[in-house]
Design a protein around this ligand. Structure first.
Ligand SMILES: Cc1ncc(C[n+]2csc(CCOP(=O)(O)OP(=O)(O)O)c2C)c(N)n1
Ligand SMILES: [Mg+2]
Length: 402
């Protein structure tokens, strides 16, 4: 049984329960105009190099020529990332994590864009970029510390040029823009990439980032994963034009790429990064994809979306289409696929073992790293909290008759 097959079956099972998903209310229907959802003309704008059926196609502006090893590598990246993600969801269900935000369905957008990056490029992620973290060499178990509540982030951003996960929606686009302006002032030729979602596109922070980066010609790529939903809000509640077209109003190009096509995501992001590196300024990439799972483990998508939609997107699965292509070209055999599955199992086991063994933090550690130097308010809070903690020890001592 293959990993991606298992994940898809799970998704199908979840989907089949949803046949009675709520129908849109009349009020909702009235506002859900086609804007923001691709009509046929918009679909034509989608950059695609690998069709959902696994057929290789060409695009006049974006081409790619990958070796068999590179193609197999993309497959491996996506399968392992999906397995890691599924393991994290399970760990949350077992009470080992407080929360998990699954990337199921978005593997191609993340691995394609992540593999387009150079080591010296800098990434500003949201909270869902587990595949990009994988490409940057961040140990996947490090992503779980914050979701278990045992650390403030879990990795040193400067070790892998991968900033900490950011939960304040859209704010990382400003951090990325400022960082890119710094790169520019340093005279470096690296680029910066900011990930954000369709919902984040409504945030003022994103609008400000677009303005600043355009005006200062900052070397930043805005990579929007339009996964069609912002928790329970569909894309048409965020925009009346396809998101990639927003860039034009700010004075830089935008392109919509098939976010379930790893080859197209790689080709388009490479081109956008190259543009940024060569002083041509920002670019917006809208990866048109789908969040197959819930927003997070705290969410229940059966409350707000219909089965048919999820099923339609299952047919566009990013991993299956690459696998179909690799098989049709004779680039993988059963032994290779079995080896990847074994590697997935080993990764799953390691993730479980490491997470369960994560030590609880010192309760006082929450006050560390708030300010570089001392701060009166933090000092006061630390002292109050220390006294509160000590009260338990005192109570225990009384109970034990000491
Ligand atoms: C400033 C801010 N407002 C609201 C929230 C609550 N919130 C968390 S995730 C989310 C939806 C984000 O949707 P989108 O940008 O499409 O990203 P996705 O989760 O779909 O990847 C919201 C509103 C938040 N974290 N930060
Ligand atoms: Mg979204």
């Amino acid at each position: 049984m293959t990993v991606e097959g298992t994940a898809q079956r799970k998704a199908t099972r979840a989907g089949s329960k949803r046949t009675a998903a709520k129908k849109a209310s009349p009020a909702k229907k009235a506002t859900s105009a086609k804007a923001g959802r691709p009509d046929e003309a918009e679909q034509d704008q989608l950059v695609q190099l690998l069709t959902p059926e696994g057929k290789r196609v060409e695009h006049p502006d974006y081409s790619i020529d990958l070796s068999p090893d590179e193609l197999r590598g993309l497959y491996r990246d996506m399968v392992l990332t999906r397995r890691f993600d599924a393991e994290a969801t399970t760990l949350q269900r077992q009470g080992e994590l407080g929360l998990w935000a699954s990337l199921l369905g978005q593997e191609a957008a993340q691995i394609g864009s992540g593999r387009a990056l150079r080591d010296d490029d800098y990434v500003f992620p949201t909270y869902r970029e587990h595949g990009v973290a994988w490409c940057r060499g961040v140990d996947p178990t490090n992503l779980l510390g914050m979701f278990r509540g045992v650390n403030h982030g879990g990795w040193d951003p400067n070790s892998n040029n991968f900033h900490l996960y950011t939960i304040v929606i859209g704010s990382q686009t400003l951090h990325a823009t400022g960082y890119a302006m710094g790169v520019q002032k340093d005279g470096a030729d690296s680029a910066v990439i900011a990930y954000f979602g369709d919902g984040a596109s409504s945030q003022g922070d994103v609008a400000e980032s677009f303005t600043f980066s355009a005006v200062y010609n900052a070397p930043v790529v805005f990579f929007c994963q339009n996964n069609q939903w912002a928790i329970s809000e569909p894309t048409e509640r965020q925009t009346r034009v396809p998101l990639y077209q927003r860039a034009r109003g700010y004075g830089f190009p935008g392109v919509r790429v098939d976010g379930n096509d790893v080859l197209a995501c790689l080709a388009v992001t490479r081109a956008a990064l190259e543009r940024a590196r060569t002083g041509q300024g920002p670019m917006l990439v809208e990866a048109f994809t789908y969040r197959m799972g819930a927003h997070t483990t705290s969410d229940d998508p059966t409350k707000y979306r219909a089965d048919e939609e999820t099923l339609a997107w299952e047919a566009k699965d990013p991993i299956l289409r690459l696998r179909t292509y690799l098989e049709s070209e004779g680039l993988v055999d059963d032994a290779y696929l079995a080896a990847i599955d074994q590697e997935s199992d080993a990764l799953g086991k390691r993730v479980r073992d490491v997470v369960r063994a994560m030590p609880d933090p010192d309760p006082m550690a929450i006050f560390e790293n708030v300010y570089a130097d001392g701060h009166a308010l933090v000092d006061e809070e630390r002292a109050q909290f220390a006294a509160y903690q000590a009260s338990f020890a005192d109570a225990e001592a009384v109970a034990e008759g000491n």
